[in-house]
Design a binder for this molecule. Sequence first.
Ligand SMILES: [Zn+2]
Length: 235
Amino acid sequence: MRLIDLTHPIVPFDQNPWAQFPAAPKNMVGLTGAFEGVGWYSRAWYLGEHCGTHVDASIHFNPDGQPVDEIPLEDLCGPAVMLDFSHKPAGADVTVAELQAALGRVGGSLGDARIVLVRSDRSKLWGRPEYQHDMLNVPPESTEWLIRQGARVLGTDGCVWEVDRGTRPENLGRRMTGAERFPSHALMRKHHFLILENVANLHAVPVPRFTFVGLPLKLVGGSGSPIRAAAILPD
Ligand SMILES: [Zn+2]
């Protein structure tokens, strides 16, 4: 078996200020033990639940949803299908027709896969300011279509699953709720599913179907958690 790492590095904010959604908390790290002092090396981190490669639990957009510590591990480990939209320009919608066509190119149905990964190749922008803004948009009708096909985990190698509608020129200055800004995420109020964001390296996976694993920290009541994600391939 061979593992391909699908995880971005977690660093303090000043080493990569563009690693996350703009309003996310800033990662910080401090030394808590030094060889010159106590005789060992240790540090303490301050991290947002949505830092780096991470999972959104359904409680992120549904007050009655599931917190990250209650996600069964089986939900984040299993057969996955990767759909390639790396040719699409920044901000473009991933439409239902395009999802249908992309799925058609990899067998026509999800089969036993419950994990769908949208490949945009925007992970190549990691570490650059464009990363926060150059992403594809998976609108609610497309998100719901994937759920209807049997998907329960929806992942992207971009910063966010959908473009923040609050950043559209016509909405600037408007006060908008979370559901208005992120209507695909808000489908968590209607369906039970998880979202993966900031997935790395999908371009390095040579096949569209593989075993995905990405287990979260057991943060009690958490809205999400960083995961260590990998594609597992046979030798
Ligand atoms: Zn998130």
